[in-house]
Design a protein around this ligand. Structure first.
Ligand code: GDG
Length: 463
């Protein structure tokens, strides 16, 4: 079996479950064939600007069957590639937020420089029959950089975030270059059919691509296969976490402390794509419009700190904190706080207990590639007395879970409040029936299937 080489912006030790979904998924794929995982260490080194390829040293570490290979970035490279282009341009535009994009001409140079650095550091470590799997928007041009220095490997790319429609994509000054870069891969994977349709429309209209078959596009002198591979979770791993002491303790504590309340839970990175202010406004509307929820409905919102050195993230934090404080001030009683807002990362081992304690799971992003929290919430429920998932129609997960979750438009405050009320009042037999179907779907489309299918198709010839 050829060796798998995974490449992503950050490398995490796959033996630590705290690392979360993607790390677990990649560890599973890498362990099967033995493999190499390449990326940054997350450390930033204060050294002279303009780091040229060859400057950074690769640090190697064994983690079971997997070799972790990491490089540390210089401050300038990190700021331009990570904060600037990846998270100041690509993240907002790919989430349809042109208003938040900050196009700074210098950042694209840093983005190219780091992708070139990755290629130069990775190439000497590669064996001829390695299969390479590149992850996410930080590394779109990596295959092109590898090809430029002679790589003939099978190289696949998976975009974890949405791909916007062509007219939005075209706001990025380098949109053509970015999309042309995708044709250096053999396989490009998206989260949803909607993303795939946006890709197909872009390359047909802007790149005059010829479609050679259902999923093979020819443009810029090369062919690429493009498909949707909706990512899933490791349901068994989540079940095991649910049985663990931390999750059970969390569940017991929640049930005791909120015995007379109905809990609603949200767990998100504090990111403007997650629709947190809109969610809190909908919760406030619920209290306004349906007063029977006073002294009862309690929203626990975990907002784990994220990218705090990007300005837009500090703004969203202030807005959210203001809203939560205002609701508690207006509706709170000595013995009831409507919103518990936690700006910290909760230990992963406790999450299943928190999810299970909640009658309603609120997953209402304004835009999301997939959203794994929706699937984790379903996985954690007690099938005999499950909670209800309220899900944004703008999450990639809605394509799979839309029939049995309560779908909402998060911009519609009243509509979302009505859906939450519907969830809170849903009878047990309906909750069970919806949950059984949702659970079957997340089990069928789990993370093992995701990487198995991607890698199998990556190894196939384009025909
Ligand atoms: C990107 C795409 C796509 C969150 N807070 C805490 C915590 N989390 C964990 C969740 C979940 C993960 O982080 C978040 O995954 P999401 O899928 O919801 O969102 P992104 O981080 O934006 O991920 C997304 C994903 O990539 C995979 O392809 O689905 O669309 O945006 O696992 O549980 N974990 C812990 N404490 C927290 O406070 N331990």
């Amino acid at each position: 079996m050829p060796r798998l080489v995974a490449v992503s912006n950050r490398v995490a030790d796959p033996r630590k479950t705290a690392a979360g979904g993607l790390a677990v998924a990649l560890a599973d794929a890498l362990n099967a064939s033995g493999g190499l995982w390449f990326g940054t260490s997350g450390q930033v080194v204060e050294r002279d600007a303009g780091g040229t390829p060859g400057e950074a040293k690769v640090h190697l570490q064994r983690a079971g069957e997997v070799t972790l290979a990491t490089v540390a970035l210089s401050r300038d490279d990190h700021d331009a590639y990570y904060l600037g282009y990846s998270n100041g341009v690509l993240w907002p535009v790919f989430h349809y937020r042109l208003d938040l994009a900050e196009f700074d001409a210098g950042d694209i140079d840093g983005y190219r420089r780091v992708n070139r650095l990755f290629a130069h550091k990775l190439m000497p470590m590669l064996r001829p029959d390695d299969v390479i799997w590149v992850h996410d928007y930080h590394l779109i041009p990596l295959a092109a950089e590898l090809r430029a220095i002679g790589s003939t490997h099978r190289i696949g790319f998976f975009l974890h975030i949405p791909l916007p429609p062509p007219l939005i994509l075209a706001a990025i000054p380098q949109h053509e270059w970015l999309m042309r870069s995708l044709f250096a891969y053999d396989l490009v994977g998206f989260q949803s059919d909607a993303d795939l349709q946006h890709f197909a429309r872009y390359v047909r209209n802007e790149g005059r691509a010829k479609q050679r078959s259902d999923d093979v596009f020819h443009a810029f002198g090369r062919s690429v296969r493009a498909r949707a591979f909706p990512i899933g979770i490791d349901v068994d791993e989540f079940d095991a976490l649910m049985q663990g002491r931390d999750a059970q303790d969390t569940l017991a504590t929640m049930r005791e402390q909120y015995a007379k309340r109905k809990l609603l839970v949200g767990v998100d990175r504090l990111d403007y794509s997650k629709g947190l202010p809109q969610r809190v406004r909908a919760f406030r509307r619920l209290l306004e419009r349906y007063p029977e929820n006073h002294m009862s409905a309690t929203l626990i919102q975990v907002a784990s700190p994220s990218r705090e050195d990007v300005d837009a993230y500090a703004d969203i934090r202030r807005e959210l904190e203001g809203l939560c404080g205002a609701i508690n001030g207006e509706y709170g009683e000595l013995d009831w706080m409507p919103v518990r807002y936690i700006h910290r990362t909760v230990a992963r081992k406790r999450l299943p207990g928190l999810y299970r304690a909640a009658r309603v799971g609120l997953v209402t992003p304004l835009r999301d590639g997939m959203n794994l929290v929706a699937k984790e919430y379903v996985a954690a429920q007690d099938p005999a007395d499950p909670g209800v998932l309220v899900l944004s129609r703008f999450a990639g997960a809605a394509e799979q879970l839309g029939d049995d979750a309560l779908l909402v438009n998060p911009y519609d405050t009243q509509g979302t409040a009505d859906a939450i009320q519907h969830a809170l009042r849903m009878p047990l037999d309906e909750r069970r029936a919806r949950h059984a179907r949702l659970h079957a779907r997340i089990r069928d489309h789990d993370v093992h299937r995701w990487h198995r299918e991607f890698l199998q198709i990556l190894k196939e010839d384009l025909g």
